[in-house]
Design a protein around this ligand. Structure first.
Ligand SMILES: Cc1ncc(COP(=O)(O)O)c(C=O)c1O
Ligand SMILES: [Zn+2]
Length: 416
């Protein structure tokens, strides 16, 4: 297991040793999120194409030699990662790109990409001898943490906005978390969680604060590269809220570059909802920092006006030569059935936002015909069926009578 060598501030470059209570840069404060850096030469000895191809660890822990867990015994017994990457020829031809891949991260144990982060979060809590973990979340990080706390026996305190979708809140309660519905939006939930964590000394699983969690998310990029036989896509689309997922993708590809397993960085393209797009604004205005703004979108998971990991998000887009794009709520909603009907992957609103961004750029002629593209679906559609219902028609309603059914079918056919 790789021991993290140093934690390095993404803003000022200051380095820290990996102490349990070290979350962000002492100089830059909350904005100064930290990268976890390893002894790459050591990791190189074990992470090789051949050894990986023989690995029987069909989970994200196949990359444990470049992950920050000290004690293997602390890795939770819940299988995360190694999610399918589907090639979709239909969508590739429809939108005029050479190849299109769909990475279905809704297939994780609590049904979102957040499981990659939570698995590392609870392992680090155990590494550091903590008994209680806590986080604020738009919903998925919360349900994910509660699942992983359950399986490791840690106690969890979860702060979510009062309007979080019922499925996510129910998931929390089923897993036995202490759930706090905070009156207000995600920013308010974040503030209360931060104050409570400080006061009670719990382990902080907030992804934008805890440097180790992005190390879980980076495995999504590593898997894509390995699943494509180390030929990375030209462009990857991913939804952006706080900025941890996109930051994780960048870190994953960068680690692979340093390990010599890939030879180029894909253009990482962040997709935000129009009503909640501070990262997009900073990129288009070419500003160094992100101004916090409103958050109003049907895609609750990315309804984030104050993205806490903005520094890693901006870096991912800029350093990879990627882009930022926004989509409307209607574009998000229409992406749900389109993706499901063309690929079989049913995503929640935020989950399909990467695909909606790809579709928009492709239709605007901003992708190239020789490009290979991957879209990451970050959460399963069953998480938020109220939104999914808005994206589709109604079922037929019929008595158990074949005559009535025949009339209904005829009617439907004449209206098609
Ligand atoms: C399904 C889904 N997609 C995307 C995101 C955005 O991730 P991040 O906040 O790391 O940018 C989230 C975060 O909650 C999510 O749950
Ligand atoms: Zn700093």
């Amino acid at each position: 297991m790789a021991r993290p060598e140093i934690l390095k501030c993404v803003l000022c470059g200051k380095e820290y040793s990996p102490e349990p209570e070290r979350y962000v840069c002492g100089t830059c404060g909350l904005d100064g999120t930290l990268d976890v850096l390893y002894d790459v030469n050591e990791a190189k000895k074990r992470l090789m194409k051949d050894s990986l191809s023989l690995s029987r660890e069909m989970s994200m822990w196949r990359y444990r030699d470049i992950m920050p867990v000290l004690n293997d015994a602390n890795i939770p017994e819940l299988s995360v990662g190694w999610t399918p990457l589907y090639e979709n020829k239909r969508l590739a031809s429809e939108y005029g790109v050479r190849k299109l891949y769909v990475k279905d991260d809704g297939r994780n144990p609590t049904a979102s990409l957040k499981d990659r982060a939570s698995a590392v979060g609870v392992a680090k809590a155990l590494d550091f001898g903590q008994k209680t973990v806590a986080c604020a979340s738009t919903g998925n990080a919360a349900s994910s943490l509660s699942g992983f706390a359950a399986v490791t026996g840690l106690e969890s305190y979860i702060f979510v906005p009062e309007k979080a979708p019922a499925a996510k809140v129910t998931q929390l309660l089923v897993y036995g978390a202490n759930v706090v519905l905070v009156k207000g939006d995600y920013a308010k939930a974040f503030d209360l969680a931060t104050a409570a964590i400080e006061k009670f000394g719990w382990y902080n699983r907030n992804c934008a604060i805890n440097p180790y969690l992005v190390e879980g998310k980076k495995t999504c990029a590593m898997e894509m590269a390995e699943q494509l036989n180390w030929e990375v896509p030209d462009r990857v689309f991913i939804p952006v809220g706080d900025g941890c997922c996109i930051g994780g993708l960048y870190k994953g590809f960068r680690d692979l570059l340093e390990l010599g397993l890939i030879d180029r960085m894909p253009k990482i393209t962040g997709v935000q909802a129009e009503g909640s797009s501070p990262i997009y604004k900073a990129i288009t205005e070419n500003s160094e920092r992100v101004n916090f703004g409103p958050a109003n979108t049907i895609a609750d998971s990315i309804s984030v006006g104050a993205p806490r990991n903005w520094a890693k998000a901006l870096r991912a887009i800029r350093k990879s030569g990627g882009a930022a794009v926004t989509v409307t709520d209607n574009e998000i909603l229409s992406a749900i059935p389109e993706l499901a009907r063309s690929s079989g992957v049913f995503g929640e609103p935020a989950g399909v936002t990467g695909f909606a961004g790809f579709r928009k750029m492709a239709l605007a002629g901003e992708t190239a015909p020789d490009e290979t593209v991957a879209v990451v679906v970050t959460g399963n559609g069953l998480k938020d069926i109220e939104s999914a219902k808005r994206s589709v028609g109604k079922p037929l309603s019929c008595s158990p009578d074949i005559e009535e059914f025949s009339r209904l079918i005829d009617l439907r056919r004449t209206h098609k």
